[in-house]
Design a protein around this ligand. Sequence first.
Ligand code: B12
Length: 153
Amino acid sequence: MLIAARAMSAGMKVLEPILAQTGVKPVGKAVIGTVKGDLHDIGKNLAKMMMKGVGIEVVDLGVDVSETKFLQKAEEIGADIVCLSALLTTTMPAICDTINSFKEAGLKDKYIFMIGGAPVSSDYAKKVDADYYTPDAGTAAEVAKEALLKKAQ
Ligand code: B12
C-alpha cells in the first residue's frame, strides 16, 4: 500500500505542471487540505491538480490540518473556496469542526465549502452545512469553477 502511495505521489509530480499549464487566468482562490488527524493525501492532491487545471489558484495546506490553520490561511490569502478532505470515518467529524470554527468566527458565509474523500457523501455535506460534495477530482474542479463564476456575478 505504501509503495503504491509513493508511486502515485511520484506520478503526480510529473502530471501537475502539465495539468496546470492550460494558460487560463485564475478564476479564484482556494485552500485545500486533509483534516486534522488524517494523513491521506492522494485524492486531495488529485482534486488540487484538477482545480489548478481549470484555472483556480490553490494553496495546499497538506495533511493533518487544524481548524485554525484552515481559517488563518483562508483569511490570509483571501480565498474564495475552502476544500476539506477526509478518508477516515474517525476524521470525518473534523470536517464539521472546521466548518463550525468558521461559523464561530462569523466567517462561514464568506467562503464556499467543498468536501470530499471516500467516506464523505452529499448527505454528510448537508449535515455539516458544506456547500458542495463531489465524488471525484474532475467533478470537484468543474463544480468549483461554476461556483466561483456564480460568486463573481
Ligand atoms: C493509500 C491508503 C493509505 C496510505 C495513505 C498514503 C497517502 N499519501 O495518502 C497509508 C498507508 C499512509 C494509509 C494509512 C492509514 N489508513 Co489508509 N488507505 C489507503 C487506501 C488504500 C487508498 C486511499 C486513496 O488514496 N484512494 C485513492 C484516491 C484517489 O481516492 P480518494 O482519496 O477517495 O479521492 C478521490 C475522491 O474521494 C475525491 N476527493 C478526495 N478528497 C477530496 C477533497 C475535496 C474537497 C473534493 C471536492 C474531492 C475529494 O477526489 C479524489 C479523486 O477522484 C484506502 C482504501 C481504499 N481503497 O480507498 C485506505 C483506507 C482509507 N485507510 C484506512 C485506514 C484504516 C488507515 C489507517 C488507520 C491504517 C492503520 N491502522 O494505520 C492509517 C491512517 C493514517 C492516518 N492517520 O491518516 C481505511 C479507512 C477505514 C475507515 N472506514 O475509516 C481504508 C478505507 C482501508 C480499509 N478498507 O480499511 N492509508
